[in-house]
Design a binder for this molecule. Structure first.
Ligand SMILES: Cc1cc2nc3c(=O)[nH]c(=O)nc-3n(C[C@H](O)[C@H](O)[C@H](O)COP(=O)(O)OP(=O)(O)OC[C@H]3O[C@@H](n4cnc5c(N)ncnc54)[C@H](O)[C@@H]3O)c2cc1C
Length: 428
């Protein structure tokens, strides 16, 4: 069946300055494979940047119904927030919790007090370095629920009249274009591949994938607690993996809530599936500490297998990979989705630049520039996250001493700390 040559025109962003600048070409068709957070953000960003000249469609078999519930909450960097604001999604998120301070510790669980090894403050606060790239007084990040974010992206895509097609893109069609799982063929100018870490489309397009499991799972849950967290996030490095406490807006049965990402050796996670709630809560309590008072489980715990991976190429003649399809990193610094949104920002800028010059949207130089900008950046971030995880998932005495000295140096070196913060805020 031959269905369409190009996706229908999308509307809704009006005549932005960016749109008015795209004058070289009458019509650009972009197809996005995957309606995850990254794919939907890419569709909206193309529609916003290219305006009335663009036809944008998103394909995903999961679009037949509401997305499966996901208990994760994401720490969105200032760079991600700006993108979400520009594409009209931010206000749809409702209450988001600012993170005003991040504390890092590697105390042992039995230690009666847990001294902070390193602390980052919001820009403009006492701890903030002067050249921090976040705007003055801006929080380090904002916490948003995965489900809330996806719902806001979907709502906005429908408002922008982006076609949401409940079909999988399976690969190239022998007669040209790309095949859908119902036999239809689409012929977009550019296809954005955003079908996730286990992407079949990436494989069908012949793009290699290098990956390494961490032998850890990230266990996610929402924890209710008695005392206010004050917008402070805590990263507690333990030998079995980092334990993150991320502040959420007030609510829940004890008045306050935080999200945890508890990285644990995969063999130990097996046992958790047989444990009862009281045992699980006791284990969480040992790691969570007493600073926020009594705690309770607000949601069941959900384990996610953790791995690092990167695609051998980020772009081809008529396609570009974004988000988890292009790279997967350890959630140690909450950067996976932020990296994906950074891909979107960069890809849309390069493609719109080519279109403005009257070139094809899938112009080779534009896609190569995208790959040149994003692949080394992502590789660096992935290696840094894996390195941090390896450095801290270890209790050997000399290593512990060396890293404690290292962190102490960083804490007292404003420029180095500022560089780390810029990187973590997605603008470095
Ligand atoms: C425990 C944990 C905590 C995390 N915390 C953070 C955090 O704090 N901050 C952060 O930035 N990141 C975080 N991440 C990373 C983040 O979750 C991911 O980077 C992000 O969800 C990836 O989104 P995506 O849209 O790229 O891929 P996915 O969410 O995997 O979406 C892929 C979509 O493609 C669809 N699809 C599949 N096959 C096809 C096909 N053939 N055709 C069309 N569609 C298809 C699927 O149905 C799916 O909807 C965390 C990850 C974990 C595991």
């Amino acid at each position: 069946m031959q269905r369409q040559g190009a996706p229908p025109r999308s509307r809704a962003f009006g005549n932005s300055q960016a749109e008015r600048q795209v004058t070289g070409r009458q019509r650009v068709s972009v197809a996005v494979a995957g309606a995850g957070h990254t794919g939907l953000a890419a569709a909206l960003a193309f529609a916003e940047r290219l305006g009335a000249t663009a036809s944008v469609a998103v394909y995903d078999p999961a679009l037949t119904g509401p997305p499966a519930p996901d208990p994760r909450h994401f720490a969105l960097t200032p760079a991600s927030r700006r993108l979400l604001q520009r594409i009209g999604v931010w206000d749809g998120l409702g209450a988001v919790q600012p993170i005003v301070r991040m504390e890092i510790t590697d105390s042992r669980l039995a230690d009666p007090v847990r001294p902070t090894l390193l602390a980052f403050g919001a820009s403009g606060s006492q701890d903030a370095p002067e050249d921090d790239a976040a705007e003055d007084g801006e929080p380090l990040a904002h916490m948003a629920g995965s489900d809330t974010l996806r719902a806001a992206l979907r709502r906005r895509a429908a408002e922008a009249r982006i076609a949401l097609v409940p079909r999988a893109v399976t690969g190239r069609a022998p007669e040209g274009g790309f095949a859908l799982d119902d036999g239809a063929i689409i012929r977009p100018d550019l296809i954005v591949v955003a079908d996730g870490a286990r992407s079949r489309l990436r494989e069908a397009l012949g793009v290699g994938w290098v990956s390494r499991p961490f032998g850890q799972h990230g266990i996610v849950a929402t924890i209710a607690h008695e005392r206010d967290h004050g917008g402070v996030a805590v990263q507690h490095f333990l030998p079995s993996g980092p334990f993150a406490i991320l502040p959420l807006p007030p609510g829940g049965r004890l008045g306050h809530r935080s999200s945890i990402v508890w990285s644990e050796r995969s063999d130990a996670v097996e046992g958790l599936s047989h444990a009862d709630e009281a045992d699980i809560l006791r284990e969480i309590g040992r790691r969570f500490g007493h600073r926020l008072g009594a705690i309770a489980l607000e949601t069941p715990v959900r384990p996610y297998p953790l791995a690092a991976g990167i695609a051998r190429r980020f772009a081809g003649a008529d396609f570009a990979l974004v988000g988890d399809t292009a790279h997967v990193v350890h959630p140690i610094a909450g950067q996976g989705l932020n990296l994906g949104l950074g891909d979107v920002e960069c890809l849309v800028r390069e493609v719109a630049g080519a279109v403005r010059l009257g070139l094809e949207p899938a112009d080779g130089e534009a896609l190569r520039s995208y790959e040149r900008a994003r692949r080394p950046h992502t590789l660096g971030m992935g290696l840094a996250m894996a390195g941090l995880n390896g450095l801290f998932s270890n209790d050997a005495g000399p290593l512990r001493l060396a890293r404690d000295i290292g962190m102490g140096i960083v804490d007292r070196a404003p420029r180095l700390k500022a560089a780390l913060m810029r990187r973590a805020s997605g603008v470095g």
